[in-house]
Design a protein around this ligand. Structure first.
Ligand SMILES: NC(=O)c1ccc[n+]([C@@H]2O[C@H](COP(=O)([O-])OP(=O)(O)OC[C@H]3O[C@@H](n4cnc5c(N)ncnc54)[C@H](OP(=O)(O)O)[C@@H]3O)[C@@H](O)[C@H]2O)c1
Ligand SMILES: *[C@@H]1O[C@H](CO)[C@@H](O)[C@H](O)[C@H]1NC(C)=O
Ligand SMILES: *[C@@H]1O[C@H](CO)[C@@H](O)[C@H](O)[C@H]1NC(C)=O
Ligand SMILES: *[C@@H]1O[C@H](CO)[C@@H](O)[C@H](O)[C@H]1NC(C)=O
Length: 366
């Protein structure tokens, strides 16, 4: 090789500036995020990334985790100092969980080509700089399962389902359990964990279509499932819970929660996981049946899965074993959308119109 080529090669290898395309939060919407026009919630920018510092990784994003909870990172009625993670300030890159491939490593624990998962500091960007200590290298899954399950069943969704049912709801075999958003990422794992791992005697899902309900019963193993969009929802829910309910795993809040308060047993527990029905609403949530909490001595307990990170290895072991012997099915538990970075806000917004079954994952394409 000529001297010139060697010098050129060394320059390239130590080159430090990379440009990327990334989405910034440009304004905080009052209702649903706005995808286009002068008041758009997000703006696509092409910044140059700074050089890597020690213990940082330059990574190419492969998959974004599309989570409803990101809506709350933008804006919440909870004051920032009482919120469970830092909020996204206007002018900053939109955050997201992701799976990425290491392109350059300034950490001895990671090498080029490693696939890593990051739950907190990922960004809606083609290239990201991540702090090595908060990344984990992904072990390949057995049976050729896709690594994307580390964002869903073997990631936040599985952990959240487990924490809400076991630690918060304390579900036992003799319990009747109801789970809302039962065909979603968290809910579809919660149904399977309640039925096939914890062995609850009756598990009832609530979801937004008859087709989703069929899947919740036939594939996930729920004993019944009720479509909350049906005009007969309240009667259907009553018919599906003749013995009333010990534990309600609530993903949605709003009218579904209101109806569920009338179905709880005395001393029953509502494990409050989320309230997606209100995330894009301008009106506050109304509960007509709130006095049921007093009358029936209902325990209402919120939780955040980040509080259970120490339990991850144990929980993951149980979930992987259940997947390996077929108790937990991952096949259709994921909606993988191929999209360019330009399309990411629109893909994420599909969560709020129920256009996903199981975990919604974006496969980032060039
Ligand atoms: N506490 C924690 O640590 C934690 C961690 C992760 C997630 N979460 C919460 O878990 C819940 C589910 O999140 P996910 O990321 O797994 O999303 P997901 O369930 O995969 O997607 C959201 C689903 O919610 C349903 N939905 C949307 N708008 C609704 C409405 N107005 N009323 C009732 N249902 C509605 C839709 O299904 P339908 O077709 O059935 O309407 C949609 O598919 C969210 O509340 C989220 O904030 C909490
Ligand atoms: C943008 O927001 C401003 C201020 O809230 C409002 O007056 C205007 O009508 C909005 N424009 C569009 C196109 O929505
Ligand atoms: C409900 O809890 C109270 C207080 O712990 C207890 O005295 C009562 O027996 C419980 N009732 C039922 C039906 O579980
Ligand atoms: C999330 O959705 C966006 C756009 O819809 C997509 O580009 C991205 O790959 C999705 N992420 C995951 C993890 O599905």
């Amino acid at each position: 090789m000529s001297h010139f080529l060697i010098i050129w090669f060394l320059r390239m290898a130590s080159s430090t500036s990379h440009t990327t395309k990334q989405w910034l939060l440009s304004s905080k919407p009052t209702g649903a995020p706005i995808l286009t026009g002068p008041n758009a919630t997000f703006t696509l920018q092409t910044p140059t990334l700074p050089p890597l510092r020690e213990n940082q990784l330059l990574c190419k994003v492969r998959y974004f985790s599309n989570d409803t909870g990101l809506r709350k990172f933008i804006q919440s009625t909870v004051a920032p100092d009482r919120f469970y993670v830092p909020i996204v300030p206007v002018g900053s890159p939109m955050r997201s969980g992701l799976i990425a491939e290491v392109v350059e490593s300034a950490s001895p624990s990671f090498k080029k080509g490693d696939m890593v998962v990051e739950f907190h500091q990922g960004k809606w960007s083609k290239l990201v700089i991540l702090d090595a200590p908060s990344c984990q290298v992904l072990e390949p899954l057995s049976d050729g399962l896709s690594l994307t399950h580390y964002l869903g069943a073997f990631g936040a969704s599985g952990l959240t389902a487990w924490a809400g049912l076991h630690f918060v709801g304390q579900v036992k075999k003799e319990h009747v359990v109801v789970i809302s958003a039962a065909a979603g990422a968290t809910g579809s794992m919660a149904v399977q964990v309640a039925v096939r791992i914890l062995g609850a005697k009756r598990v009832v899902g609530i979801a937004g279509s008859d087709e989703k309900c069929r899947w919740v019963c036939e594939e996930l193993g729920a004993h019944a499932c009720v479509n909350y969009k049906s005009p007969s929802f309240v009667q259907d829910l009553k018919a599906a819970t003749p013995e009333e309910v010990d534990v309600y795993f609530d993903n949605v809040g709003g009218e579904v929660l209101d109806a569920m308060l009338t179905r709880m047993k005395k001393n029953g527990t509502v494990a409050v996981c989320g309230a997606v029905s209100g995330y894009n609403a301008e009106e506050p949530m109304k509960l007509r049946n709130w006095f049921e909490v007093v009358s029936m001595r209902i325990m209402i307990r919120g939780f955040i899965m980040l509080d259970y990170l120490e339990e991850v290895p144990g929980i993951l072991k149980k979930l992987k074993a259940a997947a390996a012997d077929g108790r937990i099915r991952l096949g259709e538990g994921e909606t993988l959308v191929e999209a360019r970075i330009e399309e990411q806000p629109e893909v994420w917004m599909r969560l709020f119109s129920g256009r996903n079954q199981g975990k919604l994952v974006t496969k980032l394409i060039a």
